[in-house]
Design a protein around this ligand. Structure first.
Ligand code: PLP
Length: 408
């Protein structure tokens, strides 16, 4: 089928997409409508923790779809209880609320913090509701999570938006302290800023933040929608800095490709009352059965070690490329990494890599001077080698070509 036979204009225009329609995926590979294959380092935007269409997710979907799809959130169902138990047993949290997207989980975190701030007022007896968030952070696309995000202009595009999200600078404790006032209830951050360009919060900063929030009786909320579920080499990125946050949100990897997210809280913070929180699809057994299949795979003996090994290998290979082509190095944690290009050639590299023949390479450039890598957590060394080979062919073209044209 030709691309122009697809009625793509029946879809609402929300972003510029290449003229390709993807039809199949398996592991690290995707296939388009022409049958061309692509090595996929986006993986649904860090969503396919175990690659495209892994057997364990197919099995969970088939098995659960034969049992029950949705008894309604007014009743308990077994898969959601099992996944909640696995999450609480493997984290510092005691209670779980399931959601359908990262933004929705973050909305829940914001509501929970505001509820807690009502129950724990300031000295004057007033509600506390302000949540300090960070420049360049990303928390989602609902009205409140856009306001919470630190993307320039995002707090006003759909004005009037949700007030109460003063901004601080990542890895700058004094900037956080200066935003604390009698209305502050929480600090919320991504332990590794993902969309902002793979910028890890330092261990000292995370520990300082925990001490600061404890001193002022504030909640510490970690948005692990991107950094959680094994992505950084720990099951959750907050574990990299040995702290215990009060609230955590998960999304992306927890569903391994299906819409599933979660809001987790420690017992003394889990203060929702009946009617405060809910949702038609929240905690449905079809998605939570998939979540359990994904999490059990991550918890299997040796899996997280392999993520760390692959992360270290990818890091070393990217550093070699950087040295070879005079780039600016690399950064990240585990299998969430970025190559710093030093110049704004990211979008050009993405286009050329995708259009290579006979197979393409799918990359992401969250900022024009950066490439982000978010492979499946079970990516193989051979698939890393192949990506590096393909990327260096692109760099040959982009960098050596522009060097040659300068000489001419
Ligand atoms: C992707 C992302 C979100 C939003 O998740 P959606 O499922 O797209 O709503 C929120 N926070 C972070 C850190 C993310 O990376």
């Amino acid at each position: 089928m030709e691309f122009n036979q697809f009625a793509v204009n029946d879809l609402m225009y929300i972003t510029n997409r290449p003229p390709l329609v993807f039809t199949e995926g398996s592991g690290m590979w995707m296939t388009d409508h022409n049958g061309k294959r692509y090595l996929d380092y986006l993986q649904g935007w860090a969503v396919n923790a175990l690659g495209h269409a892994p057997q364990c997710i197919q099995d969970a979907l088939v098995a659960q779809s034969k049992k029950i799809l949705n008894p309604s959130p007014a009743f308990y169902n077994a898969p959601s209880i099992e996944l909640a138990s696995l999450l609480t047993a493997n984290s510092c949290f005691d209670r779980v609320f399931f959601a359908n997207s990262g933004a929705e989980a973050n909305e829940g975190a914001i509501k929970l913090a505001r509820k807690w701030g009502k129950k724990n007022p300031n000295k004057a007896g007033q509600n506390r509701f302000e949540i300090i968030t960070f420049d360049h952070s990303f928390h989602g696309r609902t009205l409140a999570t856009m306001s919470a995000s630190g993307k320039p202009g995002w707090d006003t595009i759909f004005a009037p938006q949700v007030p109460g999200f003063p901004k601080a600078d990542l890895n700058d404790l004094a900037s956080v302290e200066s935003q604390i006032n009698e209305r502050t209830v929480a600090v919320m951050l991504e332990p590794v800023q993902g969309e902002g360009g793979v910028i890890p919060a330092t261990r000292e900063f995370m520990q300082g933040l925990r001490a600061l929030t404890e001193k002022h009786n504030l909640l510490l909320i970690v948005d692990e929608v991107q950094s959680g579920m094994g992505r950084t080499g720990k099951l959750f990125a907050y574990q990299l800095s040995d702290i215990t946050p009060d609230i955590m949100t998960l999304g992306k990897g927890i569903g391994g490709g299906v819409p599933l997210a979660a809001l987790l809280a420690r017992e003394d913070v889990a203060c929702f009352e009946p009617g405060d929180q809910g949702g038609t699809y929240n905690g449905n057994p079809l998605m939570t059965a998939v979540g359990s299949a994904v999490l059990k795979t991550l918890l299997a003996l040796g899996f997280m070690q392999s993520v760390n090994d692959k992360g270290a290998y990818l890091s070393a290979e990217l550093l070699k490329l950087s040295a070879q082509y005079g780039l600016d190095g690399e950064r990240g944690e585990g299998l969430l990494r970025a190559l710093k290009l030093g110049k704004n050639i990211g979008p050009q590299i993405v286009d050329i890599a995708r259009d290579m023949h006979p197979v393409g390479l799918l990359l992401n450039s969250p900022r024009p001077d950066l490439l982000r890598f978010m492979p499946a957590l079970n990516v193989t060394v051979a698939e890393i080698d192949q990506m590096i080979t393909m990327l260096s062919a692109v760099l040959d073209q982009v960098i050596n070509h522009s060097a040659a044209s300068k000489l001419a």
